[in-house]
Design a protein around this ligand. Sequence first.
Ligand SMILES: [Zn+2]
Length: 354
Amino acid sequence: MHIRQRIVFATIIIALLAFILIVVYMTDNITEGAQLPSGDSITLQSSDITDISPVSTDESNVTDLIDASTEPTETETPDTAGPDNNPPPTEVTNDDDGFIVYHTDSSDIARGSLILINSANYYSPPEDTGFVFIGELKTPHYRVSAPDMLLSGMAIDPLNEMMEAFYDHSGLDNVIVRSAFRDNDSQQQVLDEYIRDVGKTEALKWASPPGYSEHQTGLAVDFGIYRNGAIERFDGAGTYTWFAQNCHKYGFILRYPQNKTTVTKTAYEPWHFRYVGHPHASMIKNKNWCLEEFHQFIHEYSWVDPYKTEIDDTLYAVYFTYNTTIRIPEQYGYMISGTNVDGYIVTYITGPDE
Ligand SMILES: [Zn+2]
């Protein structure tokens, strides 16, 4: 080969290699970006994922914590979202009596799918929020009003499943997520708009001051209807009643029902849905509670005599504790969520005789 031809050939090879390297690097980054760790979740499960109820295995809110002394087991967690990328905020150990001992720290109280935020309970987000872009991960049959809209990582798969189930049911793909996560500034903006329109007293029934809106958790979504290039109000009527009737199957609740305004201190908002996870969304729905009433109820139960309830053929024990050290039978699936107020709600799968 002529020397010039060799140089040209070598240059082409080097350029090709560089191109492949860039593509590989970008693919890695995209994969990581698409699976931002759900760090705001302190939802845990025991080492045997098959013990978990079939409805509670959404990978995005599961952090598998396995004590070094136990056998590593297979999980359904994607490789890039494993414990290495998403270090647990707290420490877990196994004691000798078959219990997992979970040590929370003070920031954990604001983590988890059951946190309560309302006009009386201020929310200060943990640093590692674990938000994801809805526009990047959403399924085809619904819309988002802005490409950079954020949602808590633990709520994205359940949201997608709910939206696809609604499409299968109705053939409609015009539901739009018009608002999800809001930071302090955008929450203030929303409130200011209401104040301009209806005055301060009325405005506070519809929008909260910064720090008091559950939109700041990334666990809430507001729906609208996208029609002829405009967003119309989602009134939850007609075909759309499906959401209030079925959202619990996907871990969501209608957060501000019409018959609970005196408890929630918030006007009826047919468009506002909140992710609380399984089995709690079904508990709340079955008992006709709002989230405040669920919290009140569960505060009466301790680990000595937890509240037991059967949801989808699985028996759950649920209780409240102020303690930062929590012991849970290790053979079962379990979940811990802060209340954002005063302690933790512990949920585990149990048997009828235990
Ligand atoms: Zn809302």
